[in-house]
Design a protein around this ligand. Sequence first.
Ligand code: XMP
Length: 179
Amino acid sequence: MLGDIERILLDEGAILPRLEAMAAEISALYEGEELTVLCILNGSIIFAADLLRRLNLPLQLQCLHLSSYHGGTQSSGTVTFGALDLAALRGRHVLVLDDILDSGLTLQSIAQRLQQEAAPKSVRAAVLLQKRRKRAHAAAADFVGFEIEDEFVVGYGLDYQGRYRNLPFIGVLKRELYA
Ligand code: XMP
């Protein structure tokens, strides 16, 4: 797997201190409130595991299976939703955790669905990565781990065709593997 990586962008030495700072920011913002964290699977699983353990708040966790990529490195343009317990989100502060903000389609779709169907007290989003690019969809994250260039990255939960999620760093995938 290591041979498929063009270069390492962020290793655990960079990621974990940043999560510490993000968790402090999130804990301060919701101080005195109770939170529901909505973890978008599969890509956010490692981000969520590392961030949640640093949050100093009473919280509940829900996981939602979403997909907008169907195997490649380009979004299919439609988001497929897995099961979501909307009733459990009613009147709650909801913090959506996603691995990466790219076109904005995923975050926009989920925010719309929650506002229309779940009547939450608030909806915010925290992303580990945000790509530096023009976004086709009007979605913004309230908490951002790192801004990265518009390159296809894998590792630390992010995949290409289901692989590389277990790499303990975020790296740029060699272009010849998918071009
Ligand atoms: P959108 O375009 O909806 O993208 O903001 C969000 C989802 O697309 C996937 N994605 C990536 N996955 N490397 C990946 O492994 C990438 O560089 C990448 N860019 C987008 C990801 O599932 C994310 O939640």
